[in-house]
Design a protein around this ligand. Sequence first.
Ligand code: SF4
Ligand code: SF4
Length: 335
Amino acid sequence: MKKQTVAFSKESSNLFFHILTKCNLSCSHCYINKEQHGDNTLSLHTITHWLDIFASKAHQTNLIFLGGEPTLHPDLSRAVKTAKKMGFKSITIDTNGYLFHDILDKVSKDDIDFLSFSLDGATKKTNDAIRGNGSFDAVMTGIKKARAKHFSCSMIYTVSDKNIHELERMPDLVKQLGIDRFFIQVIGIRGESSKTDVTLPTTLQVSKSLWRKTIPRVAKDIAAHGITVTYPTVFLSCDDDFQCAGNVADNYFVFPNGRVYQCPICEDFALHSFEIKNNTLNPRPPINEKDLFKLTIAEGCVMNKMIQPENLSYNKNGNPKHQIACCMLKEELTP
Ligand code: SF4
Ligand code: SF4
């Protein structure tokens, strides 16, 4: 088993393309914010033009189709085939499991690299309390159908104080389901999560000690089943090198209203560094997220300190006890 920190690189890009924000679910931690991201559905024509903006680097770009629920888009299969012709390095569809518009009959395992299912609990009770009634069963059925058609399937588990207790039940479940890659995410305090009533006895994000005690151990258990696991680093010691992906990587988070962010935790604010207008990508004037990427603070990520400082702690001299890593810094365990 090999563990490595996935280094940021300008030579490899990720394009997170939200083609609509409509969804059949209303998950309690959904990061979609229609006021900031729009409520429109992009036409196939527009999707093609917007993919074309990034096509010159397609060979080094991992493309992820997102929503909302991307399979609610009636032309998703055609968008996938267009992207395939443009030569994107990999194509993934992120889904909540409902797989609308018979998507599995319209794309083949050769058109996409991964179908990525979101599941936030090892049981119906925990998952459905977060993602809505019926969503656990929809994911189970969706994975079985996808596996029967030989699609490679991945899974995303967003860890919060509501579901970390079930993470250790995931190794057996993912093995039984035939999952190829497992992604652990940390809940971000944005979108619906930012509306949590702060007077309630919940923090949503888990403590450093619980994170460190649980995540690497479960990741190892899952990797022992032959499954590649990726999880965010989150906590760095004060001596570790801190890097902001906004400065040293090449990520684009595109929304249907034309906003393009480089940092996901800026997405609740009009801080996007680019905007697509008339099918061209235009840099935005200051102040935008790029101005924040340049700031250096002892706590690590500037945006983290601004919007979710609860995960920081200080010693009696007022110095931070740890840094918070860029939310895009990941550890990868390969079997
Ligand atoms: S499935 Fe995704 S887009 Fe839909 S409500 Fe849940 S988190 Fe939001
Ligand atoms: S999460 Fe923090 S460190 Fe990462 S890109 Fe955003 S501002 Fe930079």
